[in-house]
Design a protein. Structure first.
Length: 95
């Protein structure tokens, strides 16, 4: 899925940082990431990407239903994110 194009179609500004995050997600196959993992990968492409930008980009993608998040009930388990097509369950479970 072309996340950058989906954001553009909805009038969202595409910064270099957003594009880096989107490209990592697009090329990850079916991998699920925590925000911190995605941030570390993003820093390898652009050392100026901050954690808040990753969170905001993920939130935008989740709001337009191209990304799904999954939270676990244990305290030490961070939420994980993956492209909707990578989620094997019923996407209607997500709010």
């Amino acid at each position: 899925m072309d996340f950058v194009n989906e954001l553009r179609k909805r009038g969202k500004r595409i910064t270099n940082a957003r594009e880096v995050v989107c490209k990592i997600l697009e090329t990850s196959g079916h991998k699920h990431f925590t925000v911190e993992e995605l941030h570390k990968l993003s820093l390898k492409k652009d050392k100026n990407i901050d954690l808040a930008t990753v969170y905001r980009t993920l939130e935008l993608l989740e709001n337009i239903k191209t990304l799904a998040s999954e939270s676990y009930s244990t305290v030490n388990s961070p939420a994980q994110f993956a492209a909707v097509e990578a989620y094997e369950g019923d996407y209607s479970d997500y709010k």
